[in-house]
Structures are given as structure tokens and as C-alpha cells.
Design a protein around this ligand. Structure first.
Ligand code: HEC
Ligand SMILES: [Cu+2]
Length: 267
């Protein structure tokens, strides 16, 4: 009985392996767990209100420096996005620390993207993300067997103009000293269920505000008042940024759904 079970498992394994190979989507197997990722630069820390997660993003100094200086991201770059549950209060709302940031709860997963010369050739043009491959690792640091890696390619694809990265791209043109803010000010807004979260975001002059649209509906940011500005339209999964040069409090709406309102405080 035992032997039979083992034989069946082996046979099943080889069948699914063959299927993956056929679909040419086994590219994630090229990505190994990024041992020592936390020795690199933590280039961003994010609160994701929409999914109640706290996230830390890491990369090697060379990749961060390349983006700062407007150079291409080098081959061999590995970006590690560590996802944690936010700690919740009894009402199910994220608990915040003194700086207004979410508190780190249980580790959920490591999402990794890695770029190497010659990678990516196996994908169709409508899916390919340059030379990047994606993988997800569980808290045990083993590759996930359930992750939808095609979804990674689809959602990062609209960011082709900035080599498929989103948070890392916002470092372009920033000085090195900005890297060391281990806990940068919250300046990321999620759009979920036709709401901006947080409703008020605080940034420094010249520091971009980033909106992530996780709704199925498109949205577009319009800053109203004396110095109007309008962002690009974000489809599901897309991100947009606006930068304000002067201190003040700015109201904004979604131009497609004007009942959606938010505020930006520029210091
Ligand atoms: C719904 C759209 C969406 C999907 C699907 C998605 N991502 Fe992302 N990804 C983002 C956004 C938005 C960011 C910016 C940071 C954030 O919001 O957490 C990001 C950032 C990243 C980063 C950090 C790079 C950077 O932008 O600086 C990595 C690594 C990453 N994603 C890996 C993955 C992997 C692996 C998958 C597939 C399992 C995946 N992503 C699927 C939207 C997506
Ligand atoms: Cu809208």
C-alpha cells in the first residue's frame, strides 16, 4: 500500500511538472529564496489599508543607487517585498504606532522579483516583463505552490516604462540620504471600495504621493483648489503619483467619481 502511494505521488509530480513546462510559466523556479535580503537597503515601508498589511521592501544597494541616478536596474537585481498582517484592534482596524504607521503582525509571505540577462524569453509579448521573473515564498521560505505568478506579470506589466517596478521607481532622482529613513512618512494611499485610505496623507514638499488602485473601477486623482493638478487614470492594479512643491493642505477628488474625497498635507 505504501509503495503504491509513493509511486502514485511520483507519477503525479512528473505530470504536473510537464504541464508547467508546457505552459512556460515555471520561470518562477529560477528565483531562489533571497537569503540575506535584510542586509540590503530597506527602500520603502508601506501600509496597505485595503488589505490591512504592513510591507517592507528590500533591494541590494546597487539596484537602489541605479534607480536613484536614473540608470537601468542592473542584471542580478532581486527585490523582496515582505508582507505582514497589520496588528488589529478589537474592532478589526489596524493599530498604529506613534508615527501613524501600522504595527507589524504575523509574517504572511515574501514576494520576490529578480532580473537577469537573458531571462524572460519564454513569455509571450503580452505577458513578458522584460527580464524579470517572479516568485512567492511562504513564512517557511519555501516557494509557494499556490501563488498565481501570471497575475504578477499582468499587474506589473503597465509599469513597463519604469522597468516593471512600482515603489522602487519612486526613488528616481532622490538623494541617498533619503534611503535611511527606516520608517518613511506614510505617503501611500490605497483606493478600495471607492474610498481613499488614509483619507489624509502627510508628505514633505517635493515628495511624491502614490495612489494604488485596487478597485475594479478606474479612478483619477484631481487636486482641486488654487493649484489644480490631475493624475493619469489608474485601472485596476495601477499606480499613479503626484508631487506638490509647496506646503499647504490640498483637497482632492476622483475626477471620475467626484464624491470620493481626500486630503494631502504638505509640510
Ligand atoms: C494587483 C496588482 C499586483 C499584483 C497582482 C502583483 N503586484 Fe507586485 N506590486 C504591486 C504594487 C502596487 C506594488 C507597489 C508596492 C505595494 O503596493 O506593495 C508592487 C510591488 C512589488 C514588489 C516590489 C517592487 C517595487 O515596486 O519596488 C515586488 C517584489 C512585487 N511586487 C512582487 C510581486 C509578485 C511576486 C507578484 C505575484 C505573486 C506580484 N507582485 C503581484 C502590484 C501588484
Ligand atoms: Cu474614482
Amino acid at each position: 500500500m505504501r509503495t503504491l502511494g509513493l509511486a502514485a505521488a511520483v507519477a503525479l509530480g512528473s505530470v504536473s511538472g510537464a504541464l508547467l513546462g508546457y505552459a512556460a510559466l515555471a520561470g518562477g523556479d529560477k528565483v531562489a529564496f533571497p537569503e540575506g535580503f535584510d542586509k540590503g537597503v530597506r527602500y520603502a515601508t508601506l501600509d496597505r489599508h485595503d488589505i490591512k498589511q504592513y510591507r517592507e521592501l528590500y533591494a541590494a544597494p546597487a539596484a537602489v543607487e541605479a534607480v536613484r541616478k536614473g540608470r537601468p536596474i542592473p542584471s542580478g537585481a532581486v527585490l523582496t517585498l515582505v508582507q505582514y498582517k497589520a496588528q488589529l484592534d478589537s474592532a478589526g482596524n489596524p493599530i498604529r504606532d506613534a508615527d501613524g504607521r501600522f504595527r507589524k503582525g504575523d509574517l504572511v509571505a515574501y514576494a520576490v522579483m529578480e532580473k537577469r540577462d537573458g531571462w524572460g524569453g519564454g513569455y509571450s509579448d503580452d505577458l513578458r516583463n522584460g527580464e524579470w521573473e517572479y516568485q512567492v515564498f511562504g513564512p517557511d521560505r519555501q516557494a509557494s505552490v499556490t501563488a498565481n505568478l501570471t497575475g504578477c506579470f499582468q499587474c506589473h506589466k503597465p509599469h513597463a516604462g519604469q522597468d516593471f517596478v512600482i515603489s522602487l521607481a519612486s526613488l528616481k532622482g532622490t538623494p541617498e540620504s533619503a534611503a535611511d529613513q527606516s520608517v518613511p512618512a506614510p505617503r501611500d494611499v490605497s483606493i478600495a471600495d471607492f474610498k481613499f485610505g488614509p483619507a489624509t496623507v502627510v508628505v514633505n514638499k517635493g515628495q511624491p504621493v502614490t495612489w494604488h488602485n485596487v478597485d475594479t473601477s478606474p479612478h483619477q486623482i484631481t487636486i482641486t483648489g488654487a493649484k489644480p493638478q490631475r493624475s493619469s487614470i489608474m485601472l485596476k492594479g495601477q499606480t499613479t503619483q503626484l508631487t506638490l512643491a509647496d506646503a499647504g493642505i490640498y483637497d482632492y477628488i476622483c475626477s471620475l467619481h467626484p464624491a470620493m474625497r481626500g486630503k494631502i498635507e504638505v509640510k
